[in-house]
Ligand binder design. Structure first.
Ligand code: SAH
Ligand code: F3S
Length: 479
């Protein structure tokens, strides 16, 4: 969700799919924000492939430009506004080009977008992508088109995303949509609606399909994967009204992990994001049981102060979070753990900030994604709290958090020097065309000389040295 959420991600990179024969229209689609947006764009491109569109990476030749947007922080929205200016310039050369806004900004701003940004012809919220063919028709007939209706049951489970543009090795599979947690700082529950889970059967089918196509690693995606619960469809909050049979046959996240890992022992499995309040010991046991589930948990904490956590409406204390860390280390001793932290949430004092730093010392996270608090319209924090930490203090606290994280990342990375670790080769190293790049189960990047290996190979690599974020070694054979 550099608006990442779930993991590090690419910014505004145009998605490219294999051309479909007979398609003549050109779609330029790019995504900002979280991995869910990147995954959704694949669904959108698949829907539009049936409407005669092939993807292009050349903005200038596009008949339709779609931008999948992020609202998580103000900066993310500003980035998208800048992109719209660029599209506007291109439209002067290519007046027939239509522009659509997808994702969280579409949902947040709705038809206001059409007034604010004259360039925009179409506004489509995250649950309305199946309506794209109708919306396009409207646009072609010269009308503005808006659909921002949020759904109770849309999971796009029946749409097989075509994804031939990535590295061919790793892919995302979404398992839940929306979020019911209402963290007071967060706009996601408003832009992505209520939480619903996807049918495990359709998840398994998608993973099967990826396995057949040669993919070697999948990341199960959701705003809050640990609260995955399938009981035949519908909102998570309505589960209490489900029938006894539905309750007895429901599938939770630990069971889903077990099912996917058992069905595909040759596929590496990751998941994101975990919410501390919903992560169960069963999930940890599923991870420990299956070698192909990577020992890595992204476990956002947001703050190390119980008082601030309460103001954020996070449903756990500092001590409960630490106890969960202890549990993880007990059940999966070599687990990689990463965080999200917000600096300068309303009312945060120096003492609260020191609590965050001391919690970081306790965990010594492998990675982190750290942000200054950005007030989001419509959230509880915006309505009820004053954004009272001066920007200067927010930025200084953020710097202290980032500096400490860098120290811990370097410490964690160093622990692997001298060890032999499993690496899934994803692509060529950015620094040298003589090296492959991939990740170890704990998610740290490792590079090593290519020899005769190829992307998609699972290789054992002896780590000889490291930078603060990258392991450097030599392959010693297949895993
Ligand atoms: N559960 C989600 C969280 C989405 S938001 C997931 O899948 O990752 C990702 C991160 O952005 C949050 O963990 C939080 O650290 C940060 N964030 C969310 N709202 C924010 C805000 N208003 N200001 C600053 N950071 C925010
Ligand atoms: Fe946002 Fe909290 Fe959900 S961070 S996505 S409301 S778990």
């Amino acid at each position: 969700m550099e608006e990442k959420t779930i993991d590090e991600n690419k910014q505004g990179e145009a998605l490219i799919l294999e051309a479909k024969k007979g398609n003549t229209r050109k779609l330029f689609i790019e995504s900002y924000g979280c991995q869910m947006n990147f995954s959704d764009s694949e669904i959108v491109a698949s829907i539009l492939a049936d409407q005669g569109f092939n993807t292009t990476t050349l903005l200038e030749e596009a008949d339709l430009v779609l931008v999948n947007t992020c609202s998580i922080r103000d900066k993310a929205e500003q980035t998208v506004r800048k992109r719209l200016e660029k599209y506007n310039a291109v439209k002067k050369i290519n007046p027939g080009m239509k522009v659509g806004v997808l994702g969280c900004m579409a949902e947040r701003l709705k038809s206001k977008f059409l007034e604010e940004e004259k360039i925009v012809d179409m506004v489509v919220g995250p649950d309305a992508y199946k309506d794209l063919p109708n919306l396009l028709q409207e646009v072609e007939e010269g009308r503005d088109a808006v659909n921002v209706i949020l759904s109770k049951d849309e999971t796009y489970g029946d749409i097989a995303p075509v994804r031939l543009g990535g590295n061919g090795v790793t892919a995302f599979v979404s398992i839940t949509r929306g979020c019911d947690n209402m963290c007071t700082f967060c706009v996601v529950p408003f832009t992505r609606g209520r939480e619903r889970s996807r049918d495990p059967q359709s998840i398994l089918e998608e993973v099967n399909d990826l396995a057949v196509k040669g993919y070697k690693e999948i990341t199960l995606l959701g705003q809050n994967v640990d609260s995955y619960l399938w009981y035949g469809g519908g909102l998570k909050k309505d589960f209490k009204n489900a029938s006894d049979i539905q309750k007895a046959t429901a599938t939770n996240f630990a069971q889903l992990l077990d099912m996917v890992a058992t069905a595909h022992p040759g596929m590496r499995i990751r998941f994101s994001t975990s919410n501390p309040q919903d992560m169960t010991e069963d999930v940890l046991h599923s991870m420990a049981k299956h070698k192909n589930i990577c020992n890595y948990i992204h476990l956002p904490v947001q703050s190390g102060s119980t008082r601030v956590l309460k103001e954020m409406n996070r449903q756990h204390t500092r001590e409960e979070y630490m106890a969960l860390i202890d549990k993880i280390r007990e059940i999966i001793p070599d687990c990689g753990i990463s965080q999200d932290i917000i600096a300068g949430f309303p009312t945060e004092t120096e003492e609260d900030h020191l609590d965050t730093l001391s919690l970081m010392e306790y965990v010594k996270y492998d990675f982190g994604f750290m942000f200054v608090y950005s007030e989001r319209p419509g959230t509880l924090a915006e309505r009820k709290m004053e954004d009272d930490v001066p920007m200067e203090a927010k930025k200084r606290r953020l710097t202290e958090i980032i500096d400490l994280q860098q120290k811990h990342s370097a410490y964690r990375t160093k622990q692997f020097v001298g060890k032999t670790v499993e690496v899934l080769i994803e692509k060529e190293s950015k620094k040298s065309d003589q090296y492959w790049s991939g990740r170890i189960p704990q998610n740290t990047v490792a590079v090593f000389p290519k020899e005769n290996y190829k992307p998609g190979d699972l290789v054992m690599v002896k780590i000889e040295e490291c930078t603060s974020t990258t392991l450097i070694g030599k392959a010693v054979g297949y895993s």
